[in-house]
Design a protein around this ligand. Sequence first.
Ligand SMILES: [Zn+2]
Length: 297
Amino acid sequence: MCEKPVFFGDMNSLRDYIIDAAARKRALGHFNISTVDALWGVFRAARELRAPVIIGVSEGERSFIGVRQVAALVRSIREEYDYPIFLNADHSYSLEKVEEAAHAGFDAVIFDGAKLSFDENVVTTKRCVELVRRVNPDIIVEGEIGFIGESSKLLDAIPAGAEVNAEHLTKPEELARFVRETGVDLVAPAVGNLHGMLRGGGNPRLDIERIALLREAAGIPLVLHGGSGIADEDVIAAVHAGIAIVHFNTELRLAYRQALALSLAENPDEIAPYKFLRPAAQALERVVSEKLRLFWA
Ligand SMILES: [Zn+2]
């Protein structure tokens, strides 16, 4: 088990933890939540392993919890437990949404222009970097390049337009240009990964060699989206090749829902939400723990 962290020494910001993880060929886990019990589930799993952790909320997830409210919740856990837990505005598709998150006190934001043309993506991401740095000079900004689908759900087929074939994966020279021209802190390329998880498993394999080349070309840490459904060995190899943050959502949602369905079926007379919801958050916690052990413990 890891000797670190908990806020120690001069490491305070998400940036510090990303740099530290990358230097040690480790990664930070990024886990999405929709509810407070899920937040506690992620926190408990991370704390058990003494792993710094990032909470992610998509536009839909954060409008459900409340943008300022989720920021207050994460901050309150960080302060009460003196623990490196951070908050990211996952996939934002407009500058307004990114700016709103920055004003609410998020540690990081993602502007997702992967569906735009390369040039439009560069221009809009650059604008996003300028806007949010005006709100918070220390905020982490991530850009996306290469469309990999949009929904964290069970898939019947690879989403239309998803760039998972070798000829469509992100190329080192385009990534280098994207990073140079936008000024992002982190970048998420298409390396065979997908949002969502194919029913019955079998998401495409990752192009590990490409990840190493992209990391070198980018000069900044890379982020892997769509961690759900990727073979464990590929996640581990991707982290060694230069991935500093791995996103998981679909597998958490699935575990939560299945445990909740069972809980309701087995306890038809239980009407206290804090009782019938408990197994759902516990199931999510187990998934988070399994994933973190791949690249932290
Ligand atoms: Zn994602």
